[in-house]
Design a protein around this ligand. Sequence first.
Ligand code: GMT
Length: 377
Amino acid sequence: MKIAIVCYPTFGGSGVVATELGLELARRGHEIHFITYSQPVRLALLSPNVYYHEVNVPEYPLFHYQPYELALSSKLVDMVKLHRIELLHVHYAIPHAYAGYMAKQMLKDEGINIPMVTTLHGTDITLVGNHPFYKPAVTFSINKSDFVTSVSQSLKDDTLKLFNIKNEIEVIPNFIELDKNTNDPSIPCQRSVMAKKNERIITHISNFRKVKRIPDVIKIFYNIQKEIPAKLMMVGDGPEKEKAEYLCQELGILDKVIFFGNSNEIDKILCLTDLFLLPSETESFGLAALEAMACRVPVISSNSGGLPEVNFEGVSGYLSDVGNIEEMAQNSLKILKEDATLQTFKENALSVAKQFDIKNILPLYEALYQKAINKYL
Ligand code: GMT
């Protein structure tokens, strides 16, 4: 199949999922065209069957806001015609589903019927998409997609609750490429670089937005390090990072916390890690937690959104109500105090992650694509 994938190219779950999906489809022989405004971060090297087309928005003094949707839909039309693309898969409803629908209509006018699959990722529904200023356009674009998927049951339920949706929504969970993420002997795992032998290593990875509850991460760690020797690795960048550094200073733990910024070496960081913290306000899925589990790292998370579908209580980690820092710290200590317990949780985390192996999930997308293409034959 010849598939155009539209996504955000930045560090963030939806872009990562879209990129990994495209790369695996390409390995399986499909022709994949990434269409976005810059090269996706996980698309370091162009591989066979993979193409990247950049969307440029020409500046003009009249424009207070650059019309990205216009440029994207025009690019989609041009690329579909040039490469005879058979299907559009847009990740994140805003504005991708909207621009995709416009491209579909323009192409229809020229006698080309192309199906569009829209994947909902979370914040496009729960945080941004249901703002009254966007809601009519988001509802319209979801309803006009040929097929709609959501990355968890929880996100599907939220979508049906928040929008007037007439389309079916199929749940296709996010996935992980296990072969790449576990036991790769080429990844040197030198714990000694980051911590002393007796210290536990705790990690948080995110885009440091408010929804991630960064102060909770730090306070949980503060409580942990009062009881056992530990280090915290904070990976990522975003609006809450500076405040986080101040909070560490205030609490007197700056020497125990390492701020990395954005990293393309997540596997190398996770292989050193004993515990992953994700106390988010909401999380449609929590890809970062799954990435941790695939590297044998248990997870302490909140129980909101789709997190209970990924992190299994008492198995791969523990879940608590949003903001319950004390319980999260206690549960962390339960896992970290004894080597044997930690080992059990590590093995459990990997076995839960195996359920989300890309090999199990990718055929679901392939079947859906085939159904979508057949719709217009
Ligand atoms: O978490 C973010 O702020 C980034 C956001 C995104 O659009 O990349 O992540 C969302 O999509 C991911 C991939 O499907 C999910 O794993 C995240 O849980 C989801 N984030 C939220 O729902 C807050």
